[in-house]
Write a protein that binds this ligand. Structure first.
Ligand SMILES: Cc1cc2nc3c(=O)[nH]c(=O)nc-3n(C[C@H](O)[C@H](O)[C@H](O)COP(=O)(O)OP(=O)(O)OC[C@H]3O[C@@H](n4cnc5c(N)ncnc54)[C@H](O)[C@@H]3O)c2cc1C
Length: 468
């Protein structure tokens, strides 16, 4: 059985390793256009900021390791055409230019994503960088040596991490976004305003609600970022405005979302029975809404890649969907989120409500503790948990993982209120923060029910409404 795999970063590596383990007789060939596999992009900002000294540690697999599993890895080889009817691939060597054909019984598409590059004046100027792969990491580091003023465009997780890294290197940093809040996709305003204060407190200028319209340069090199409202001097610009699935090879041959994200079923099968796909090249099932969405994350990529291997020949292990759970460390703040923000839930037309709990990270009788802010977003009617956000100088980010599991299993605020969590004064309170959020939501639901009920039945009681 011939298996061809296109692309070998997180989804590809996970797929290849699982296929080799589960189907030792398979003849596996991997085509990768880069000169490396399994690069951890999440380490770019850490490397730029000097936290990770050795870039070699940002790879967790090598072609030699795959060879030990019997896998042939053709590095610097780009797949330039796929014919799913004939089950063939056209491949070009990026070293020699030679082109050849290959065939497959099963094709694995793990071609990932590529940064969005807006069409605008000056986009081709030198020192405007993308941030995705190892090559980009090296370019950013070498160009930042000469740069005094850095503009990071896009205030999502990646932009925020880079802004912090550049600031740690002593650069003048401006972080621009057309949204009026940082990390607006993952956090509601009460969290993003604290994150913005943290950025400002560390000398990072933010230019929010400003649409970048182009760039101006001198001697071919960028000097200024132009926005609808003004301009910002910059010797180096890094674009972090999002990703697009890299699926042109399969366009018109398998089903996709409008943005090109491949649609897969719960077993990673595309609309063609001999083509499986995983990772950033695909849409994922977003559990809070039950809809297909484009949420490119390494966590999805490794899960989906592994499932490609498990389900290569027949459906065996089911994909559980995603909540898009993410975490970030911003200077002293530990931040994590899962599922939908209140703003996103309401924008999606869901009747949602939210509660926010503020408390000390552990009992005040302990010698020290930190403030914690946790928000729980739930469906008003059923109490089903839709999302959560947590922020503290104490690392309570694992709470987002717990709540991710709650969302995946369609738990309600009442379930959360009475879930069994440990207590130990070093870590928390007898009523765990998550229990408290569940109770607060239940109280709020009871009050809403009482308000909606006839006057003689208007006593707010916890749990007065039945949950779904
Ligand atoms: C700066 C940064 C920080 C991030 N931080 C996090 C984080 O902290 N947590 C998290 O969960 N996610 C993070 N992500 C997202 C994560 O890196 C991606 O979700 C992940 O890389 C997706 O893996 P993938 O294998 O699906 O695709 P990709 O990483 O895009 O890899 C696709 C591979 O396919 C190859 N390829 C494509 N087309 C062809 C072709 N025609 N022929 C041959 N080869 C081809 C490419 O060269 C590439 O190696 C971060 C991303 C970036 C850029």
């Amino acid at each position: 059985m011939k298996i061809a795999v296109i692309g070998c970063t997180h989804a590809g590596t996970a797929a290849v390793k699982t296929i080799a383990a589960e189907h030792p007789q398979a003849e596996i060939t991997v085509y990768e256009r880069n000169d490396n596999i399994s690069f951890l992009s999440c380490g770019i900002a850490l490397h730029v900021g000097g936290v990770v000294k050795d870039p070699d540690s940002l790879f967790y697999s090598r072609p030699q390791q795959l060879a030990e599993l019997g896998v042939t890895t053709r590095m610097l080889h780009e797949v330039v055409q796929v014919d799913t009817a004939a089950k063939t691939l056209a491949v070009r060597s990026l070293e020699t230019g030679e082109e050849f054909m290959d065939s497959y019984d099963k094709l694995v598409v793990t071609t990932g994503s590529w940064p969005v590059v807006p069409r605008m004046d000056g986009i081709g100027l030198d020192n405007i960088q993308l941030c995705k792969n190892y090559f980009h990491a090296k370019e950013i580091i070498s160009r930042s040596k000469e740069a005094r003023r850095v503009a990071v465009i896009g205030a999502g997780y990646i932009g925020i991490e880079l802004a912090e890294a550049f600031r740690e290197l002593g650069k003048e940093v401006v972080l621009l976004d057309n949204m009026d809040r940082v990390m607006a996709k993952y956090l509601d305003a009460e969290f993003t305003s604290l994150a913005e204060e943290e950025l400002a407190g560390h000398g990072i200028r933010t230019a929010l609600g400003e649409m970048v319209t182009g760039f101006e340069g001198e001697d071919g090199r960028v000097r200024r970022v132009m926005t609808a409202g003004g301009s910002y001097e910059a010797d180096l610009v890094v674009l972090c405005i999002g990703f697009r699935p890299g699926t042109d090879l399969l366009k018109g041959q398998i089903d996709m979302l409008d943005n090109g994200a491949i649609l897969v079923d719960d077993y990673m099968r595309t609309s063609n029975p001999d083509v499986l796909a995983a990772g950033d090249s695909c849409a994922v099932r977003h559990n809070p809404t039950g809809k297909q969405a484009y949420i490119p994350l390494a966590t999805n990529a490794v899960r989906m890649g592994t499932l490609v291997g498990k389900n290569l020949l027949e459906p065996i292990v089911r994909y559980r969907g995603t909540q898009g759970t993410s975490g970030i460390k911003l200077f002293d703040l530990n931040i994590a989120s899962t599922g939908m923000t209140e703003e996103a839930a309401k924008a999606a037309g869901i009747a949602a409500a939210a509660v926010t709990v503020r408390e000390a990270s552990r009992p005040e009788f302990m010698p020290d503790y930190e403030d914690v802010l946790l928000k729980l977003v739930y469906e008003s009617d059923s109490g089903r948990i839709l999302g959560a956000q947590v922020m503290s100088k104490a690392d309570l980010t694992q709470a987002a993982n717990t709540l991710s599991v709650c969302i995946q299993n369609r738990m309600t605020a009442e379930d959360l209120a009475y879930a069994d969590f440990f207590f130990q004064p070093h870590y928390n309170h007898p009523w765990n923060l998550l229990n408290k959020a569940g109770h607060a939501a239940e109280r709020q639901r009871a009050e809403a029910a009482a308000e909606a009920a006839p006057a003689d039945d208007a006593q707010p009681k916890e749990g007065v409404r039945k949950t779904a």
